[in-house]
Design a protein around this ligand. Structure first.
Ligand code: NAP
Ligand code: G4F
Length: 327
């Protein structure tokens, strides 16, 4: 039908990326369906502003029947699988659950697509954690994988099952190998948001110190709003291809602290203390991506710089913490 709206099904919509992707797809005039798992309290903070414009479907990556029902209801042209247990430290505490959701959940979803309508295009949220103990720098599509956590290993399975369904069943399946991307909507447990929120709390007098772990590791940090565009672009190509999405710049956690605390006139060395319990059993020391292929194939480039990102996050957390105090 000429005027039929495109339909997308998004898993992980209550998370950081899901909320930005849903906004992006609504702007493109998609009908957006989203999988929501049951919880005892509603956690729609990130999608409150668009909730009325999305079809929420109850389901869980652990539950095959719910995925089948969601697909039958949504009849999507595109499926974006962003749902995962995505916090690396939690994957050592709950390795089996992480594997069930982050690895096997992808096979459940792919099987549900295959059983309902295998023409649906599928995007899998792969990660720079696949490179782990890096074999070369920067990391590109041809760099060998060496994951360093149960999360990374689960994502490796997820990545290869996505490739396998493409090759076995001729389905349009592709994986975006995304490097770290952050925003004011990032979960408070991830280091970028932990720092920006900590800066706001210290600046406004609610805390005196911020406890962090390894300050020496390096990450390639971009803005989540830029990265969801790359996900969509990958599903608009003539043929499916797995691509690295990154800024090409890496910085230490220490540099993030310097910039974030310095922005509000604080000396990070007087505010940050090191907590050995926050170090990981196996660390990913450095990640830096080479997204030149994505630039050629998709015409994609990051728009927000590292400095802009850090300032944006600190500004939003100052507003948030200030507002909570009634100030
Ligand atoms: P996030 O904020 O942690 O969101 C994760 C989402 O997955 C949440 O909506 C969560 O729902 C959902 N989820 C968890 N368990 C589920 C289950 N059993 N069934 C269905 N949904 C479930 O993650 P994000 O930062 O937006 O990342 C999105 C995806 O990209 C993830 O797959 C992540 O691993 C991957 N990734 C992220 C980055 C990054 O830097 N952000 C980089 C590379 C790859 P609840 O709200 O109910 O918990
Ligand atoms: O912010 P992080 O927890 O992110 P991490 O482990 O890089 O994982 C994130 O990015 C991946 C893409 O590369 C995603 F796949 C994954 O889902 C997630 O979104 O930690 C970043 C670095 C680590 O080296 C960690 O050791 O920061 C270091 N760090 C130092 N102190 C800390 C802390 N990390 C956290 N979370 N909390 C700390 O106090």
């Amino acid at each position: 039908m000429a005027n039929e709206k495109k339909r997308a099904l998004v898993t992980g919509i209550t998370g950081q990326d899901g909320s930005y992707l849903a906004e992006f797809l609504l702007d493109k005039n998609y009908e957006v369906f989203a999988l929501i798992r049951r919880s005892s309290t509603v956690n729609f903070e990130r999608i409150q502003h668009i909730q009325e414009r999305i079809h929420l479907l109850s389901g869980d990556l652990l539950d095959q029947n719910s995925l089948m029902s969601a697909l039958k209801t949504a009849r999507p042209h595109e499926v974006y699988n962003l749902g995962a247990q995505s916090f690396v430290p939690a994957s050592w505490e709950q390795p089996l659950l992480t594997g069930e959701i982050t690895a096997l959940g992808v096979t459940r979803l792919l099987e549900a697509i295959r059983a309902t309508d295998s023409r649906a295009r599928f995007y899998q949220a792969s990660t720079s954690e696949l490179f782990g103990k890096v074999r070369e720098s920067p990391q590109s599509e041809s760099t060998p994988f060496y994951p360093r956590s149960p999360y990374g290993v689960s994502k490796l399975y997820a990545h290869w099952i996505t490739v396998n369904y493409r090759e076995s069943y001729d389905m349009f399946c592709c994986a975006g190998i995304l490097f770290n991307h952050e925003s004011p909507r990032r979960g408070l447990e991830f280091v970028s948001r932990k720092i920006s929120h900590g800066v706001a709390r210290i600046k406004l007098g609610f805390a005196k110190e911020l406890k962090l772990g390894n300050l020496d590791s390096r990450r390639d940090w971009g803005f989540a709003g830029d990265y969801v565009k790359a996900m969509w672009l990958m599903l608009q190509q003539d043929s499916p291809e797995d691509l690295v999405i990154a800024t090409g710049e890496d910085r230490t956690i220490r540099e993030f602290c310097e910039l974030a605390f310095g922005y509000v006139g604080l000396d990070w060395r007087q505010c940050v203390t090191i907590d050995k319990d926050l170090f990981r059993p196996a660390e990913v020391e450095v990640l830096r991506g080479d997204a030149s292929r994505a630039e050629r194939v998709l015409g994609w480039k990051p728009e927000i710089s590292f400095v802009e990102l850090v300032h944006l996050m600190v500004d939003r957390d100052l507003d948030l913490v200030g507002g909570q105090s009634g100030g």
